[in-house]
Design a protein around this ligand. Structure first.
Ligand SMILES: Cc1ncc(COP(=O)(O)O)c(C=O)c1O
Length: 388
């Protein structure tokens, strides 16, 4: 059988290798602690589950949903924008429901990228920006995120001929995997840059609500003129412990939202309406619920950073997202150091090069495992001799 190049060209999914390594250790009777994938261990809150139970009983929800989502969902998402960012979003035309942010991110490429086109993506990055572009027949120009530049895209380093040809620019703050945050001035620069070169600005805002130390993340749509060229992707996965329920949305420029709606309506039939009702309930959670949820991650963050520092790994506490991203000691590649932690401590971390070549020399630890496992993982890590 001959498969399409887009399938042949797919790199192995990052976490498959990690799952295999864990399974191998398990076979040997070793209980591995995994700081690998970012999938919240805490439960979906009860009011959100209640919305599912109620929604399941409503016969109207047994039928095909609309691709763009329930009007009630879109209205609630628009209210989120007003309350949280003071941005006006027209619920009819400027917001669309997604089957998780990942679905929208992957399909967005089909709205802008023709074969041979260029997309600019950060490196390291959530891999779907590049994969979506590849599926659409395009290629990605990587803009390396550097520690000394606070992991912000440096627009001056993007060659002008690439900028002139590029159709899309992806940004993501709070950032996966680096945990970096972006000041408003960066978003202003991004909007200006995309306007100058006629590029669609795509902001993955999956972690705007997962922040620490009182930090409040902005939306790119707060920038004057952003609505002319930008679309932003939100996820309830991490915000409300809902990875299994696949609820997200995109908002922004109406033509961009409409293009995504047209693509989606030819590919999927939208997210189950009962799940959309879960999304409404999640957006209705009081801010105190979110604060408490984030407090748990903040405590874990502090513990993990302290232990890494003790063993000679120079981790710094991030202000947002669910990850500790840290350079590794000299003398190791990312994969070698991750392997050492697995061999010597039975602890799994993600090698940074899994997020692109710019991630070489780093590892990522996710904060989404229960506290007792974090504590056990850190006890094991504390015994590691980095240069042994
Ligand atoms: C940066 C980033 N964007 C998007 C997603 C996907 O979110 P969802 O679960 O809503 O598809 C993730 C999930 O890990 C992520 O890290």
């Amino acid at each position: 059988m001959k498969f399409a190049e887009r399938v042949e060209n797919l790199p192995p999914y990052l976490f498959v290798g990690i799952s295999r390594a864990i399974a191998k250790k398990k076979e040997q009777g070793i209980d591995v602690i995994s700081f690998g994938i970012g999938d919240p261990d805490m439960h979906t809150p009860q009011p959100v589950l209640d919305a599912l139970y109620d929604g399941a009983k409503n016969p109207a929800n047994h039928r095909y949903p609309e691709s763009e989502g329930l009007p009630e969902f879109r209205a609630r998402a628009a209210k989120f924008y007003k309350d949280r960012f003071d941005v006006h979003i027209d619920p009819e035309t400027e917001v669309i429901n997604l089957i998780g942010a990942k679905e929208g991110i992957a399909h967005a490429a089909l709205c802008f990228i023709d074969p041979g086109d260029i997309s600019i993506s950060p490196d390291p990055a959530y891999p779907v920006y590049e994969i979506g572009t590849m599926f659409a027949g395009g290629t990605t120009h990587f803009a390396t995120l550097k520690e000394e530049k606070d992991y912000l895209v440096d627009f001056s380093e993007i060659p002008t001929d690439i900028a002139k040809k590029a159709k899309t620019l992806w940004i993501n703050y709070p950032n996966n995997p680096t945990g970096a945050i972006a000041p408003m001035s960066f978003f202003q620069e991004a909007v200006q840059y995309c306007k100058e070169y006629d590029i669609a600005l795509l902001h993955d805002a999956a972690y705007t609500e997962v922040t620490y130390d009182g930090y409040v993340a902005p939306s790119v749509l707060q920038v004057d003129g952003a609505m002319e060229i930008a679309m932003e992707f939100h996820s309830l996965s991490k915000t409300a412990n809902m990875t299994g329920w696949r609820v997200g949305f995109a908002a922004g420029n109406r033509d961009m939202v409409n293009a995504l709606m047209r693509v989606k309506s030819n590919i999927d039939s939208g997210l189950s309406q009962a799940n959309q009702e879960m999304g409404i309930a999640a957006l209705n959670l009081p801010s105190s619920w979110l604060d408490k949820n984030n407090e748990v991650y903040q405590k874990r963050r502090d513990k993990v950073v302290a232990t890494l520092n003790e063993i000679g790994v120079p981790a710094v506490a991030p202000k947002g997202a669910l990850y500790i991203w840290t350079p590794i000691p000299e003398g190791y590649t990312s994969a070698e150091f991750a392997q050492k932690l697995l061999d010597d401590a039975d602890v799994v971390v993600t090698p940074g090069n899994g997020y692109g070549p710019g991630g070489e020399g780093y590892i990522r630890l996710s904060l989404t495992i229960p506290d007792d496992q974090i504590d056990e993982g850190l006890r094991r890590l504390a015994k590691i001799r980095v240069n042994a």
